[in-house]
Ligand binder design. Structure first.
Ligand SMILES: Cc1ncc(COP(=O)(O)O)c(C=O)c1O
Length: 401
């Protein structure tokens, strides 16, 4: 018989430390289950999840329609390889291309893999037109942790991993002149998050994105939007590109697409996709029937429950409430919809730990920013509780300072 008294958070955290590669600074709790915007730890304590698995659980934890779709598909066919077509994948291809107005899709297993694939498609297109393969990305960006994606990101993430793949340069975010100066015949693509997530919830200026589009059209450079964090309804539009009315050549998705199962997508227009030949790219798992069924159910829930509009309204409500606090340690509130960054005049890690003790999960990005990315179907009551907890946690942090 298992001794239930030993199944504590500490019990699991200590076991984890013995075997898991020590690359994440874990929260000191072990989560056993979730429903909607709430999760529970091994000791029965409930939390409001304002992090949503890092912007993954947009339809909440264990949405019954997503769970049912997974059950149904799991008992029929989980995996068959991409040598075969399957109904869920075909349907998801049709749905995503129609929604994004980008004609081609390739399914992946993660965000980094979506960006890797996007880079390959862009380079193949650039080479077909006689251009070089350089990818321009932006300071403060984050596109993943594989070798090519760390080459697009912060220098700190590259330390110790030399040789870093070549053909990547970075310029300041929202600085069009810097981009113009950086673009040469060697440039294959410009890769950008319309709203930077890990970088601290930084919004691109609409004019900057429009200028990038014009520049890419003029020079025949591929414009890639990374919507892995800001896509799938989070910003109050299904895709952030639609806030700005700027249409990329390629868009990457992952995170919230599968409602909790790992699935990503690269969407690309016919022009750049035409450079791809048989055998140029592949994946074993990407877009198998199980994850595609989950993604279809997730997109259905987002539509049926009007979650895109909900994200917009709740985000505006939340931002207004936070502003009304007139809290002197808050420097700025950024973001769109339920992709919210609150910048403080102190490091936010201690704040996050105080919030955890008070039953709210959030996280710190970019040192001083508190990131709030809850499920889009979170209730107003839970949003109010998050605000109350932030306030109490600020007091605690100030008291310890
Ligand atoms: C904008 C963006 N791109 C790419 C990634 C990488 O995604 P994954 O961790 O699934 O590889 C992330 C992850 O946080 C992200 O926020």
């Amino acid at each position: 018989m298992t001794d239930l008294n030993t199944l504590t958070n500490t019990f699991y955290n200590e076991r984890d430390q013995e075997h898991y590669l020590p690359t994440f600074k874990r929260f000191p709790v072990a989560i056993c289950c979730g429903q909607g915007s709430r999760v529970r730890d091994m000791e029965g304590k409930e939390y409001i999840d304002a992090l949503a698995g890092i912007a993954v659980n947009n339809v909440g934890h264990c949405h019954p329609k997503v769970v049912n779709a997974i059950h149904r598909q799991a008992s029929k066919l989980m995996h068959i390889s991409n040598f075969f077509v399957s109904a869920p994948q075909v349907e998801l291809s049709e749905r995503l291309t129609a929604l994004s107005k980008l004609e081609r899709v390739f399914f992946t297993n993660s965000g980094a893999e979506s960006v890797e694939g996007a880079i390959k498609i862009a380079r193949k297109y650039a080479h077909s037109t006689g251009r070089g393969g350089t990818i321009i990305s932006f300071h403060g960006s984050f596109h993943g942790r594989t070798m090519a994606t760390i080459a697009t990101g912060k220098k700190k993430m590259q330390e110790g991993f030399d040789p870093i793949p070549s053909g990547f340069i970075q310029v300041p975010f929202n600085d069009f002149e810097a981009v113009e100066n950086a673009v040469t015949n060697e440039t294959a693509a410009i890769l950008i998050e319309p709203i930077q997530g890990e970088g601290g919830i930084n919004e691109a200026d609409p004019e900057f994105l429009q200028n990038l589009r014009s520049l890419c059209d003029r020079e025949d450079v591929v414009l890639i939007f990374d919507e892995i964090q800001c896509g799938i309804g989070r910003t109050g539009k299904l895709f952030a590109k639609d806030i700005y009315g700027v249409h990329p050549d390629i868009m990457t998705l992952a995170k919230a697409l599968g409602g909790g199962v790992p699935v990503g997508a690269i969407l690309s227009n016919e022009k750049v996709s035409s450079a791809i030949d048989f055998g140029d790219h592949g994946t074993t798992f990407g877009g198998n029937p199980l994850v595609c069924a989950a993604a279809l159910a997730t997109l259905n829930v987002i539509k049926e429950e009007n979650l895109v509009e909900e994200a917009k309204e709740k985000g505006e409500w939340f931002g207004k409430k936070i502003r009304q606090l007139n809290e002197d340690s808050i420097v700025e509130i950024r973001g769109k919809g339920l992709m919210i960054g609150i910048e403080f005049d102190f490091e936010t890690k201690p704040l996050v730990m105080e919030m955890l003790k008070m039953g709210v999960i959030a996280n710190a990005t970019s040192n001083n920013v508190l990131r709030i990315v809850p499920p889009l179907n979170i209730s107003y009551e839970d949003l109010q509780s998050i605000i109350d907890v932030i306030l109490k946690a600020i007091e605690k942090v100030k008291a310890h300072a």
